[in-house]
Design a protein around this ligand. Structure first.
Ligand SMILES: *Cc1c(COP(=O)(O)O)cnc(C)c1O
Length: 422
């Protein structure tokens, strides 16, 4: 157990002892008009750009120019199988087998595509459970799936809510909800980490509850992947998806990841496109659909190579750094942030994120009645801190172990003090 200290020297010492410190140099930091980098704690929203991502995109742009259509088969890394360059990295991050994961589409699109397979309502079992305060896109996706199938979200979209007056979800309340309603529930669509509170949910327990009540389970891992350890093959949700532009640093709108548990292999269960056909017979145009093995069968279109290239670059960094080392650093880094906030801002800042279920992100509420929370946030922006604001009153800050330093965290605490003072 490390004893934290409230000093710049101490933060610098942690940086010197940090075995991952060198990865900071692999990233481009934004600069303000005076050429200064912000204290960037926004990897939960858009991760920084790996220098290697630029190189890999430029390589594929060059290959397109150099090979044109021949690039599909004869480029250095042929486009026909380029998506496989993400497979092992995704499998490691997701705790999955390689044939359970695939890079395709974007997150919300994947939720729909996977619900087309796994949300199969019947007159008796048709409801969807999401968490109260879910990310809007997940909410819209679930509600619109219900409507498409002729159900009214007002009665068919059930919310797993925290106890009255509280902000955090309790697994026992989901259990109680399913005791009451389980027989009519077709699907649980739930996050790994709740985007607003930063609470890491007990994904193993969620999957187990779903199974016990005969419901399908889909996990949205937008805030969990590249952040906390995942064991999807063991936990065995039916499906999961994640975007790659948050902790996975793959750029705005980058191609997403999807997981389909290995028990699902039936070609009847999904919407077909030519890229889901086995590679061998994909170009025999007259052939009937022969699904590729595993998750690859869910691909529809040939994937956007220019959007995959940064994913490939970024996954290489995760492999080099090591997921255990990243998680160890993350515990220390976000642990230090929590300690500084508790030490210096008691009575002014409340941390919404539970200490025993946190990843990188802490969600902060300004409690100091003399300051408007939004003013404090705006002042932080002026002081060159990048975090983000979530309506109505939460400031989210997320040190990313891949590129943030302990000095970043110390700088944040110092600037937060200034933001309160002025
Ligand atoms: C970031 C995020 C999204 C974004 O969806 P896109 O389809 O990638 O635009 C959706 N859901 C959750 C929970 C998120 O955190």
């Amino acid at each position: 157990m490390i004893i934290f200290e409230n000093s710049r020297d101490f933060a610098a010492r942690l940086d010197r002892e940090d075995p991952l410190a060198r990865f900071r140099e692999e990233f481009n930091f934004p600069l303000d008009k005076r050429g200064r980098s912000p204290v960037y704690l926004c990897g939960n929203s858009l991760g920084l750009q790996p220098k290697k991502a630029v190189e890999y995109v430029e390589e594929e742009l060059a290959n397109w120019g150099k090979y044109a259509v021949d690039g599909h088969f004869h480029s250095e890394r042929p486009w026909i199988s380029y998506h496989r360059l993400a497979t092992q990295g995704f499998a490691d991050l997701a705790g999955a087998l390689p044939h359970e994961v695939v890079a395709m589409n974007t997150l919300t699109v994947n939720l729909h595509v996977l619900m087309a397979s796994f949300y199969r309502p019947t007159p008796d079992r048709y409801k969807i459970v999401i968490e109260k305060g879910a990310f809007p896109s997940d909410n819209y996706a679930a509600a619109s799936q219900l409507r498409v199938h002729g159900f009214d979200p007002a009665t068919s979209l059930l919310e797993w809510a925290p106890p009255a007056g509280e902000e955090l979800l309790r697994t026992e309340d989901l259990a109680a909800l399913l005791e009451r309603e389980g027989e009519s529930v077709a699907l649980l669509l739930l996050p790994g980490i709740q985007y607003y509170t930063g609470q890491a949910l007990d994904m193993a327990a969620i999957c187990e509850l779903g199974r016990r009540h005969g419901c399908r389970v889909g996990l949205d891992l937008a805030h969990a992947v590249g952040n906390v350890p995942l064991s999807l093959n063991d936990w065995a949700p039916d499906f999961a998806s994640w975007c790659t532009y948050k902790y996975l640093n793959s750029g705005p709108g980058a191609i997403a990841g999807a997981f389909i548990h290995e028990r699902h292999t039936s070609p009847e269960e999904f919407l077909h496109g030519w890229w889901g056909n086995e590679q061998k017979s994909r170009f025999l145009m007259e052939a009937p659909f022969r699904p590729a093995k595993g998750a690859e069968a869910w691909q529809m279109s040939n994937p956007p190579i220019l959007s995959l290239a940064p994913v490939v670059a970024s996954l290489e960094l995760f492999e080099k750094a090591g997921l255990d080392a990243l998680r160890d650093k993350s515990r220390l880094l976000t642990g230090y942030l929590r300690w500084l906030l508790e030490e210096n801002f008691a009575g002014r800042i409340t941390i919404l994120t539970p200490a025993d279920a946190q990843g990188c992100q802490l969600s902060l509420i300004v409690e100091d009645g003399s300051r408007k929370p939004r003013d404090v946030f705006d002042r932080l922006v002026e002081l060159n801190v990048t975090g983000d604001w979530r309506h109505p009153d939460v400031i989210r800050v997320a040190p990313a172990p891949m590129y943030n330093s302990f000095t970043d965290v110390f700088d944040f605490a110092e600037r937060l003090e200034l933001a309160f003072a002025e």
